[in-house]
Design a protein around this ligand. Structure first.
Ligand code: SF4
Ligand code: SF4
Length: 357
């Protein structure tokens, strides 16, 4: 485990003879040339080896009830420590978490060796969770599969310390990634955003509903406790037939006992022009879930995306000196040479520099 900021070799990478590398963490399965970063911006090919840029970089921490995730059927009275980092494999138009999840600017600063974001070792995260007397650690705010190197290290230490682990995911994740994390993961809270391929293609051009549903089923079959969540957005996924079909899929694939959470959309980002979901629609969707036989359906008129509400500085949670913690994060790994990390330099050299907006 790294004990200072550095590029960490990505898990599940598949080097090809020509120096390209395929990343098998999520279902994008990005094929990257030297200098190129994946869609999530958090993994970079450096001379035929793929590295994670965000290992140990924490964008937000919050201590809260497990019910906020929402998870109601696993230690429901627990407090958890939620943590997240930069890099997501979706681009949801109603994302509430742009700064702490996509983190395009933050990842660029890391790439240039100019970041002052907090670097926290897996051991420090677990110690902090114990100090706050929570029952578990939740990986959330962006897609944890993109950060699997760190998620796995923290999860192993968390289990050794008697804490449970929870993973909030969009489930656009490979079977290989699920198989790696499942022995160290207790709870998956997964979105089923829609049953329409068009909806998914709008936020991630290479995704299909079937891939997402298969990932959720895979986690369930691997023995992870699964609770699903659908955020109902007016005019986007509020067709009663679609909501019924989601409930039926849960009943037939995860079982009638599997909890389904229906949450309310609040306007954000590129969907700021839409109204918040009327409470009646949320209640109707929940009633539909019960009609098709789901035993645990929850209508949430106060929860939407899994956002960090407090946004206290990370250093405040760790009771550490912010100056020391937020020293400029230049990579200390030998692959970076004397100039520190400077991934963007490598991207430019390789002619693959792309600004992501
Ligand atoms: S985590 Fe997903 S988006 Fe990121 S590089 Fe790997 S396959 Fe691509
Ligand atoms: S809503 Fe979640 S999955 Fe979608 S872009 Fe935001 S963080 Fe990623």
């Amino acid at each position: 485990m790294a004990d200072h900021y550095q590029l960490v070799e990505s898990l599940l990478q598949q080097p090809l003879e020509n120096g390209d590398v395929v990343c098998n963490l999520c279902l994008w399965r990005c094929r990257l040339r030297h200098g190129q970063r994946g869609f999530c911006q958090a993994h970079v090919n450096r001379n035929g080896t793929l590295y994670n840029l965000s290992y140990g970089i924490i964008s937000a921490i919050e201590v809260e009830s497990i019910r906020n995730k929402p998870v109601y059927h696993f230690q429901p009275d627990s407090q958890i420590m939620s943590i997240g980092s930069y890099g997501c494999n979706f681009r949801c138009k109603g994302c509430h978490n742009l700064e702490i999840s996509w983190g395009v600017e933050a990842l660029d600063k890391l790439a240039k060796g100019q970041s002052t974001d907090a670097w926290v070792s897996p051991g420090q995260i677990v110690e902090t969770a114990l100090k706050h007397e929570v029952g578990g650690i939740a990986f959330t705010y962006s897609e944890p599969a993109v950060w699997l190197e760190y998620v796995l290290d923290v999860s192993k230490l968390a289990h050794e310390a008697g804490l449970f682990t929870l993973y909030v995911s969009n489930s656009f994740v490979t079977d290989e990634a699920l198989e790696l994390i499942a022995p160290h993961l207790d709870v998956l809270c997964s979105d089923i955003k829609s049953l329409s391929d068009e909806f998914y293609k709008d936020i991630c051009p290479v995704s299909t509903v079937d891939q997402v549903l298969a990932s959720i089923k895979k986690a369930h079959d691997l023995g992870v406790h699964v609770e699903t969540r659908t955020n109902v957005i007016p005019g986007k996924n509020d067709d009663p037939r679609e909501l019924r079909a989601i409930a039926e899929w849960i009943r037939d694939n995860l079982g009638a006992d599997s909890p389904w959470h229906v949450t309310k959309f609040f306007p954000a980002y590129q969907l700021s022009h839409l109204p918040a979901t009327p409470n009646a629609i949320i209640d109707e969707a929940a009633a539909t879930g019960r009609e098709v036989g789901l035993k645990h359906v929850y209508a949430h008129t106060d929860i939407s995306c899994d956002c960090a509400t407090e946004n206290m500085p990370v250093a405040a949670w760790l009771e550490m000196d912010a100056g020391a913690m937020n020293e400029v994060n230049q990579c200390a790994a030998s692959c970076c040479g004397d100039e520190g990390i400077l991934v963007k330099k490598f991207e430019k050299e390789a002619g693959v520099f792309v600004e992501v907006s």
